[in-house]
Write a protein that binds this ligand. Structure first.
Ligand code: C5P
Length: 228
């Protein structure tokens, strides 16, 4: 029998990966960032010069690609916990966070063949449980029998504000709040209206509205729920 699975879903920029990584650290579980997988494939599609709507070529690319996520969070290295991502042996940890990847990922993630292959890899990775997985369709589609399902949300305004702060902290070019809100809104719309496994709150998921909560508060809440 497998160990428990914690599924964390929600819209873009709700802080899922930060929270999921820290929950995994505290509970000593594995962590899987499924968004990073769709992002890595998107990077490869763009890098290969393919059009994002060239489904047959993308299908071929995804059938041959190998995505690796490494560097599991451990309590020992609380600071150095960024997960590195590589595709076909190339490290794309930084590249997958670019504006170009972010603005194209939803179109690629909507393609059924892409989802079929990446979901297969995600299920294989989580088959023994003992893992925190974040994404859009984990509680509804990838692991509908997950023991604990969370749906993290925040207003578009708050998510744009946090994103702007992140960019600032990283010393990157400033983007206006309006532009950030628009891009978050567009991505949520695409992710929640696609035909296969759209972004949706599972019926048995616990919603956590994070507008007025800190990361630590959200992490503590989830850890408490897990231990119950
Ligand atoms: O979580 P993140 O923002 O990195 O996800 C990037 C994109 O990957 C999402 O906007 C969505 O299009 C896609 N995605 C998905 N299903 C998941 C995780 C991410 O379709 N489980």
């Amino acid at each position: 029998s497998r160990k428990p699975i914690v599924a964390i879903d929600g819209p873009a920029g709700a802080g899922k990966s930060t929270v999921a990584r820290q929950v995994a650290q505290v509970l000593d579980l594995l962590y899987l960032d499924t968004g990073a997988m769709y992002r890595a494939l998107t990077w490869l599609v763009l890098q290969s010069g393919l059009a994002v709507d060239d489904e047959p070529s993308i299908a071929e690319l995804v059938s041959q690609c190998e995505i690796e996520l490494s560097g599991q969070p451990t309590l020992m290295e609380k600071q150095a916990t960024s997960i590195s991502v590589s595709i076909n042996g190339q490290d794309v940890t930084q590249e997958i966070r670019s504006l170009e990847v972010t603005s194209n990922v939803s179109a690629i993630a909507a393609q059924p063949i892409v989802r079929k292959e990446l979901v297969r890899q995600q299920r294989r990775y989580g088959k023994n449980g003992g893992i925190v997985i974040d994404g859009r369709d984990i509680g509804t589609y990838v692991f509908p029998d997950a023991e604990l399902k969370l749906f993290l949300t925040a207003s578009v305004q708050e998510r744009a504000r946090r994103r702007q702060q992140d960019l600032k902290n990283q010393g990157k070019d400033e983007i206006s709040l309006d532009e950030l809100e628009q891009s978050i809104y567009d991505r949520d719309l695409k992710d929640s209206t696609r035909a296969l496994a759209p972004l949706r709150q599972a019926e048995d998921a616990i919603e956590i509205q994070t507008d007025n909560l800190s990361i630590v508060e959200v992490v503590d809440w989830i850890v408490r729920l897990y231990r119950e």
